[in-house]
Structures are given as structure tokens and as C-alpha cells.
Write a protein that binds this ligand. Structure first.
Ligand SMILES: [Zn+2]
Length: 490
């Protein structure tokens, strides 16, 4: 590594959807090879669901050759032996043969008498032009092995040297670490190689801004803005404590503006703005009591404006604004009953405007606005079914407009709007995979944009805007670590 054709198409947004032919025998080995390239190239292989460009990995192939880079559409990759996975996936991400790069004659002596077909063998043809990213790497997994039996050698039943390294003609060439085709060479992992090309791509997932560790877990969090200043509200239900903290324009958490301890934990909370004032709502899932309290300039809590108690606990509750009125939707995950109720300008609870019962519980739900239309998106974490349903003026439930299934359950999901485009982010706590998906202008589910994988899952993640930049905060409630990251317009 690393050499690419000069006109190579890299995978869009560093994301490579893939699927195996049914009964494919080397899935584990291929997945392990993918993990090696993910680290070395900064790409992410993601189980295919409905993306237009994807890999179809099968055993049969005439010559084990993959197209180089993204070909577009269904891209068939033949991997007939498990130990060829790393090499073939190298082609997939955009790498050409090291021994074919344009400057190879400065580094290796071709042994044409030992090559089947001599100079006519296209596997050994020198590329007139190539993008040579790093120093010539005689040990690359993208370099044919020599000495070797087969691999274009002649006679094909004997171990022959098809090439020799000029600097040391006894050096065994190619096929990765120890010539085994199962590990990348040191230079295959050179950050100046293929990784640098993928990192030049503009992607929606921006850089990490800050990270740290809190002394406690804060399982319930949201952001809010008052007088142009952004704050995080952080609640620890087990200790019943809460904090309000500044979220600075550069995306870093700042000073605590107020903190306190409650008598009860409130596991479900959300902020809302109505009549020019900002409030937040909370419900205790055990006692089922709820409150609404004002949030004030300076990051302070104001007076409680309403309290009450529901008959049921609603583990999912999300607000939305339509036609100048504010409502919230709640679903009980045991009975699948849902309701919509109005929130009034003085921070009082309004009347119920709709209710019903669905056939499934949707553990993660959020609302988003497209022009003057509002939509509700949810996913069931067991069946992995997702839906998008319209929310109507007057706080009524509209029709389902989009539905489907994903490969993963995404326990963490949030929407954000950037550069006039509506996106949403999701992360699976099981696979630790995250994605950024677009939502279409008509409210329906849009295409996958980017996917990746964190080193661990973050149970709490939510977006915030500060200093005209879009960020999000992630928090792991097991080890108390947190990060903030930027989200970038495309
Ligand atoms: Zn090859």
C-alpha cells in the first residue's frame, strides 16, 4: 500500500454496505478482514438494507478479482478462499496491485522468465499512471507474493520468484504480514495511504470537540436555548440530582449554572417553547406523577407551572409544534396505548386531542418538521420495525407514510436540521454502529448518508446548536464518559 488508480471512485461518505450470498462459508473471516480495513482506511462496512451501492460477496468468481473502488449498484465480489478476503477487500476500498504501480521498476526486478505468459500477463502489467500514496511497499497485502506457487508463476506447480526487490533480492515479497494474506503490512496501515484519501471526503459526522468523564451517570438529558445561550439539563434518576450546564459556542460544556436534588426521579423529560417562554416537562414512571417547570435566562429553573398524575407511565414522550400550538405525544410500552395532549402558553397542561392503541410498542420515537408538516418516527427495538406517521394540526394523529425494517435496533435516535436538510442519527447499543440518514422533503425515509462504529455504545445522545454550529453530546451511563462532536453540513 498504498496505490490507487488515478480515477478511483471512493465509497461515498466512507460507508460500504455489504451482504453475503446465502450460505457463504467464510463470513467470519471476511468480517475480520473488514475490521482490519476499517481501522486502516477509516471506512465502515455496514450490513446492507436498501442502499443503491453495495457489495455482494460470493464464493464463485472467475479470477478472484474485484472492481477497484466503488463501482456503483450491486458490486459482486468473489472471495473463494478465506485468506484472500483482505486482498480482495483492499481492491473494494480502492487499492490497486502494489507491484503494478507506475514506479514499480524503480523497486522491483520483474522475472519475466518465471511469469506465466511473460510480459503478456496482465496481472503484472505496469500501470502507466497511478496515485502512489506511500513508499513502495514490498510487503503489502496488495502485492503478489514471491516466491510463490501459482500467482501467475511459471511453471505453475513450482515455487518461483516472479519478482525480486531491488534493495534485497532475498526478501519474500507481498501478501501482507508474514506473506499470509491475513494481516496488513505496517505500511498498509500508513495514515498517509488510503486513510488520507477517505479522510479528505467531506462527511456529515464531524470531529470530536471535547470529551471527559463525569462523577455520576446522567441518564436523562436534553438541551435548550434561552436568549441565544445553549444549556444542557442533566438528571441522574438514581440519585435524583440534576444540573444545568452551559454548552459553549465552540461545542464544549461550560460552567454549571444551577443544580439541585429532587424528591423523585423523572425518567422521561423534554423541553418545549410556547408563547415565547421555555418550559420542561417530566414524568416519574413509577408514581406516574408529572410536572411542568419554566426554564429561565442564565440557565436557571423557574417556578413550577403545573403538576399532576397520569394513570399510566409513558416511557416515550415527545413534543411537537404545529399551527402555532404545542402538543406532546406519549406511548405506554406495555399496553401500546398512546395519546396526544396540548401544552398551553403559560406552562399549563392542556386537553387531550387524540388517543389510540397501536399493535406494537415503539421504544424510540422523535418528531420532525418539514415546512408546515410534522412527522413522528419510531422504531420497535424487538422487531426492528420503524414507521413514519404524520401529525396533524389540532394535535391529531395522521396516516403512516413510510415503514420498514432495519438490521439493527437503534436505541438512541435524534433528528437534526442542517443546511436546509433534515437528518437523523441513530446508534445501536448492541453493535455500537451509528448512522446518519436523510429524511425526504415529503417526510418519508431518505437514504443512508454515513455509518460508523463507536468503541462503545452511548445510551444518552442528543443534539444541540450553539454559536450557529450543530453539535451533539454522547454519554455512557456505565463508565460516565461523555463527548461532544460536531455535525457538518454537506
Ligand atoms: Zn488482486
Amino acid at each position: 500500500m498504498s496505490v490507487t488508480p488515478t480515477n478511483v471512485s471512493l465509497w461515498t461518505y466512507r460507508t460500504i454496505p455489504f451482504t453475503f450470498e446465502s450460505g457463504y462459508p467464510y463470513q467470519q473471516e471476511v468480517l475480520a478482514a473488514m475490521a482490519q480495513w476499517e481501522n486502516a482506511a477509516g471506512v465502515t462496512f455496514l450490513p446492507w438494507s436498501d442502499e443503491p451501492n453495495y457489495l455482494y460477496i460470493q464464493k464463485e468468481s472467475a479470477d478472484n478479482e474485484s472492481g477497484i473502488g466503488m463501482q456503483g449498484g450491486k458490486q459482486i465480489v468473489g472471495i473463494s478462499q478465506s485468506d484472500l478476503a483482505l486482498h480482495e477487500l483492499g481492491h473494494v476500498i480502492g487499492l490497486a496491485h502494489e507491484h503494478s504501480r507506475s514506479d514499480r521498476d524503480d523497486h522491483i526486478d520483474m522475472q519475466w522468465q518465471n511469469i506465466d505468459g511473460g510480459q503478456g500477463n496482465v496481472q503484472f502489467t505496469k500501470d502507466l499512471y497511478s496515485n502512489n500514496l506511500t513508499d513502495y511497499d514490498p510487503l503489502s497485502v496488495m502485492h503478489y507474493p514471491a516466491p510463490a506457487t501459482g500467482w501467475g508463476g511459471y511453471p505453475d506447480n513450482q515455487q518461483v520468484w516472479t519478482m525480486r526487490w531491488k534493495q534485497d533480492n532475498s526478501l519474500k515479497l507481498g501478501a501482507g504480514d508474514n506473506q499470509g494474506y491475513t494481516a496488513l503490512s505496517a505500511n498498509d496501515k500508513n495514515p498517509g495511504g488510503i486513510l488520507s484519501l477517505y479522510q479528505q471526503q467531506r462527511v456529515p459526522m464531524g470531529p470530536q470537540i471535547a470529551s471527559g468523564k463525569w462523577k455520576n451517570p446522567y441518564a436523562v438529558q436534553f438541551s435548550f436555548i434561552i436568549d441565544g445561550q445553549t444549556y444542557a439539563f442533566e438528571h441522574n434518576p438514581s440519585a435524583k440530582s440534576w444540573y444545568i450546564q452551559i454548552l459553549s459556542p465552540d461545542g464544549t460544556p461550560g460552567a454549571t449554572t444551577q443544580h439541585g436534588t429532587w424528591y423523585d426521579p423523572y425518567e422521561v423529560q423534554f423541553p418545549f417553547t410556547v408563547g415565547g417562554r421555555t418550559f420542561y416537562y417530566g414524568q416519574n414512571l413509577e408514581k406516574k406523577n408529572w410536572f411542568i417547570q419554566e426554564l429561565l435566562a442564565g440557565g436557571l429553573v423557574g417556578p413550577t407551572t403545573a403538576t399532576g398524575s397520569w394513570h399510566n407511565a409513558y416511557a416515550v414522550q415527545v413534543p411537537f409544534t404545529i399551527g402555532g400550538r404545542v402538543f406532546f405525544f406519549g406511548q405506554n410500552l406495555e399496553t401500546y396505548y398512546w395519546f396526544i395532549q396540548e401544552l398551553l402558553p403559560d406552562g399549563k397542561m392542556g386537553s387531550e386531542t387524540d388517543h389510540g392503541t397501536w399493535q406494537n410498542p415503539y421504544h424510540r420515537q422523535f418528531t420532525y418538521t418539514m415546512g408546515d408538516r410534522v412527522f413522528l418516527c419510531g422504531q420497535n427495538k424487538i422487531k426492528k420495525r420503524w414507521f413514519i406517521q404524520e401529525l396533524l394540526p389540532g394535535g391529531k394523529m395522521g396516516k403512516e407514510i413510510s415503514a420498514g425494517y432495519w438490521q439493527d435496533a437503534y436505541e438512541v435516535q435524534f433528528p437534526y436540521n442542517l443546511g436546509g436538510v433534515q437528518y437523523f442519527y441513530g446508534q445501536s447499543m448492541t453493535s455500537k454502529t451509528w448512522f446518519i440518514r436523510q429524511l425526504n422533503a415529503d417526510g418519508t425515509m431518505g437514504p443512508l448518508v454515513q455509518a460508523g462504529r463507536w468503541d462503545k455504545g452511548y445510551q444518552v445522545q442528543y443534539p444541540f446548536v450553539s454559536g450557529y454550529q450543530q453539535y451533539f453530546l454522547g454519554h455512557n451511563t456505565d463508565d460516565y464518559s461523555w463527548f461532544t462532536r460536531q455535525l457538518v453540513a454537506l
